[in-house]
Structures are given as structure tokens and as C-alpha cells.
Write a protein that binds this ligand. Structure first.
Ligand code: 5AD
Ligand code: SF4
Length: 461
């Protein structure tokens, strides 16, 4: 059946549903993991929205629940399975409810086997490769009353011009590459998201122009390794070229990008980064470890000296830069001395903040087979020491901002306090401020009055 026919039948189904139930079918999203996962969820929401589905937040009232999952650490997978377990009784109350399970975990054969055997509440399994095929699977479930799955790997790009139902009106994620070719030895991503492929620059630019016309002020260019953008494209283009082209878009106020890989950051990129005011001065550059032996075992492709040099160059060329990183502790065979090297480097570089992780063994990756797996207790002690050090450094960095006025893109009211609003500074710092007026979506000036390691508080000027 053609895609158009599938859509037409689903649209009719949705209209009939509304007639019978008195409301449009409700969709609810449970999303885990990185921005790529949230991006996928917005695409699926867009496909369903075109068919008249309405998005809601309460799973109890959903007619379809879509789970976009994450495999990067075992703890994430356990959280997902826990949630999925809890959905079982919802389905008992409403047997017509559809549960769709997808994303990175659905690309792992052992998880798929588990779901097929023990989680019978799942009707639809979708992978990371063919998001745009979601409606075909849904059609199968609705019209052949059977479970449906498509976990095929393709190295094709998703169709261009798919509808998106964005969560944030003023800020949008834009994928520039899919997949990853780096094969860091601890990481599952290359196995669940496939080989790296880049979208064509003209497709990216026209998507962003469309978003800007729709009121978007900030875009985040997404890829597992944005710096290797453009490999294989004709005519030749690299990430710095793309960034410049994006920065030239009129009325685009803020550009962010993630994630960068230290091996591939070029001088050309740093100078483009420095040159444009609308490129946010926030550089996220995963270090992962601070000793050369561990970096090598991780297959990261750089030494600690090379990283340090790069960090210094970025900080010199862009003095106001906010510099953040990812670090893994307890990689197999990491000794106390090697961990100490990480602490030393963290202190020397002075990150604004660091996302710190306990190494998690991922079946099928080379590190899972390595000798010298570090006991959990030691990993836990190491992460605590690292977090304590980083909290102190982050606080010192943030204290320097007291009295400064920052430009903040307001995300909305604070979750904990009805009188407070929350937003992000150019350097990606979380800023809270009181306001009587709803400033959501505006870029405003906030004078910082109080710093903590994790956020800043100030007042409107
Ligand atoms: N264990 C712990 N952390 C991991 N990351 C990726 N794989 C693992 C793993 N197996 C971390 C890396 C990466 C971030 C997104 O997640 O630091 O940069
Ligand atoms: Fe994983 Fe390394 Fe690719 Fe990042 S660059 S997704 S850590 S393999």
C-alpha cells in the first residue's frame, strides 16, 4: 500500500475515533536520553498531529503512548523497562491503548527479545533508522490487529520536510548528521544508530529558515560528532562552512551545536565560532578521561596534551566562552593514578560544568570484554570526588558572574515557584528570575545577584 493511502486510511480512522469517543485520539510521549531522542519524539508527534492526534501529558488518558528510549547506560535502560512495566495496568484498563516502543533500545537484539517475551503490552516496535515509517507500523497495528515491528537498519536519511510538533516554540533542535563512525570502545551509539550520514546543507538551511519564520530564535545543530559533518557530500562542505551559513541567516538570534569531538575540531571552526555574535559562546567538548592510557583504550583519538592545547586555544580566541564537558569514571583498568590525572586536568582546565558518568558496561562494545572492570564501589567513590571538585569549580566560575548582566532566552515559568521564570544564558547557564509578566520566548537582560554551582539567580533590568 502506498504511503499516501496509509495516511488517508489513518486519517479516516482518526476522524471516526473522534466521532465515536467525542475527542480526538490522545498521544503521550515518554522520552529518555539525549536530544536526538527528543528530536525523534518531535518527528513522530508531528506525523500523528497531521492525522489529528492531540498531545497530552498523562499516560492514563492516552490512546497511544510512544516511548523513545536510550541505551547509553544500563541505568537508563532499567529506568525505561521500569516505566514500561508500569504501563501494563493502563493497558488492562484500556485494551485499545497502543504502546509503541522505539529508539536506541529497540535496536538492541537482547532488549527486543525481552520485550517480545515478557512485555506483551508493547504493540509496536520501531528502531532509529526509519522514523518516517512510523505510520506504516501504526497502520499495521490498527488494521491487522497484530503486533508490528520494523527494526531494519538502513543508511538512508529520513525524508526531508516531515512535520514536527516542537515542544518549545522559540527553540528548536535541527539534526545535521545521524549515526556515528567513531566507535569509542565504551559506546553503544554506533551500534544502535548506524553509520554517520550528513544531511545536505541546503536542506538544513531551508529547515532553519522555515523555523525562524515560525518564531524560532535559537537552534541547536545536532549530531553525535558535529565536527565531522559533510563527509561524503558533494560539493565539499565541512562543519565550519555550515555553521557560517547558518549564522548568516537573518533573524536567527542564537545558534548552538552539539556534540563536538576533540579529534575533529579545526582552527577554521574556532574562528567561525569566535566571529559570529549569534553563535552562542558555549563550547561543549567531551574529555571522557584525563590520562593518555585510558584515552587510548577508549579509542578517543587524542591525547590529554592535545585536549589541553585545544581547550586553551578556544579559551584564548574566545575569552568569554563557557566551556563544558563529559567525563566517564571507572573505565576498565582505570587506576587511582589515572583517575587522579582526570582530576588534575579538570582542575587545570576549569570547566564551567561537567556531565559526569559512571562507566556502564554495554554488551557488544569492545570495553565490555576488557579486563580490569572496576568495582562499583570504587566507581562510586570516584564520581563523588569528581563531582565535589567540579561543584567547587562551577561555583567559582559562577561567582564571577555576580553583578554581570546576561542575555537570557526565557524557557518559561519555573517548575517549583510560580513567581519565578527560568531561561538560559548565552553560555548555557540556567538563570532564574522573578517576573510578574510572562516573558517566555523573549531574550531579556538579567542582572545576576546570586550564584550557585548549578544555576544563577537575578533580576530583570
Ligand atoms: N558508560 C558511561 N557513560 C557513557 N557515555 C557513553 N557511553 C557510556 C558508557 N558506556 C557518556 C559519554 C558521552 C555521554 C553522552 O555519555 O560521556 O559523551
Ligand atoms: Fe559514542 Fe564516541 Fe560516537 Fe560519541 S563519538 S556517540 S561517545 S562512539
Amino acid at each position: 500500500m502506498s504511503y499516501e493511502n496509509i495516511k488517508e486510511e489513518l486519517l479516516n480512522w482518526s476522524l471516526k475515533f473522534k466521532e465515536k469517543q467525542g475527542h480526538a485520539p490522545h498521544m503521550c510521549f515518554l522520552t529518555f536520553g539525549c536530544q536526538m531522542s527528543f528530536h525523534d519524539a518531535e518527528l513522530i508527534a508531528g506525523l500523528l498531529w497531521e492525522l489529528g492526534f492531540v498531545k497530552i501529558d498523562q499516560p492514563e488518558q492516552a490512546d497511544i503512548i510512544v516511548m523513545n528510549t536510550c541505551s547509553v547506560r544500563e541505568s537508563a535502560e532499567n529506568r525505561v523497562l521500569g516505566q514500561l512495566g508500569r504501563l501494563k495496568h493502563l493497558k488492562e484498563n484500556n485494551p485499545d491503548m497502543i504502546i509503541a516502543f522505539g529508539g536506541c533500545m529497540a535496536q538492541r537484539p537482547e532488549i527486543v527479545e525481552k520485550i517480545e517475551k515478557s512485555y506483551r503490552q508493547v504493540d509496536l516496535l520501531f528502531g532509529t533508522h526509519k522514523i518516517d515509517d512510523f505510520l506504516r507500523l501504526l497502520h499495521n497495528v490498527l488494521f491487522s490487529q497484530s503486533r508490528s515491528k520494523d527494526l531494519e537498519e538502513t543508511n538512508a536519511l529520513p525524508k526531508e520536510g516531515l512535520p514536527r510538533l516542537r515542544v518549545q516554540k522559540h527553540s528548536a533542535m535541527v539534526s545535521i548528521t545521524y549515526g556515528c563512525n567513531n566507535f569509542c570502545t565504551y559506546c553503544i551509539v554506533p551500534y544502535v544508530r548506524g553509520r554517520e550520514r550528513s544531511r545536505r546543507p541546503e536542506d538544513i538551511i531551508s529547515e532553519i529558515e522555515f523555523l525562524v519564520a515560525d518564531g524560532v530564535k535559537e537552534v541547536t545543530l545536532l549530531g553525535q560528532n558535529v565536527n565531522s559533518y559533510g563527509k561524503g557530500l558533494e560539493p565539499q562542505v565541512d562543519f565550519a562552512d555550515l555553521l557560517v551559513e547558518v549564522a548568516e541567516i537573518t533573524d536567527l538570534k542564537r545558534i548552538r551545536f552539539m556534540t563536538s569531538h576533540p579529534r575533529d575540531v579545526s582552527d577554521k571552526l574556532i574562528s567561525a565560532f569566535a566571529q559570529y555574535d549569534n553563535i552562542c559562546k558555549h563550547f561543549h567538548l567531551p574529555l571522557q578521561a584525563g590520562s593518555n592510557s585510558i584515552l587510548k583504550a577508549m579509542n578517543r583519538g587524542y591525547s590529554k596534551e592535545k585536549y589541553l592545547q585545544l581547550a586553551q586555544k578556544i579559551k584564548e580566541d574566545v575569552p568569554q566562552v563557557s566551556f563544558t564537558t563529559d567525563i566517564i569514571v571507572g573505565f576498565p583498568s582505570e587506576t587511582e593514578e589515572e583517575f587522579q590525572e582526570t582530576l588534575d586536568l579538570v582542575e587545570k582546565i576549569g570547566f564551567d560544568s561537567a556531565y559526569t558518568f559512571i562507566y556502564s558496561k554495554r554488551g557488544g562494545t569492545p570495553a565490555a570484554q576488557m579486563e580490569g572492570q572496576v568495582p562499583y564501589q570504587i566507581k562510586q567513590q570516584r564520581i563523588q570526588r569528581l563531582m565535589d571538585l567540579q561543584a567547587e569549580i562551577s561555583l567559582q566560575k559562577n561567582l564571577k558572574l555576580e553583578g554581570e548582566t546576561l542575555q537570557v532566552l526565557v524557557e518559561g515559568p519555573s517548575k517549583n515557584d510560580a513567581n519565578m521564570y527560568t531561561g538560559r544564558s548565552d553560555g548555557y547557564k540556567l538563570v532564574h528570575f522573578p517576573s510578574q509578566e510572562d516573558k517566555t520566548g523573549e531574550i531579556i537582560s538579567v542582572k545576576i545577584e546570586k550564584a550557585s554551582p548549578w544555576h544563577l539567580t537575578g533580576r530583570l533590568v
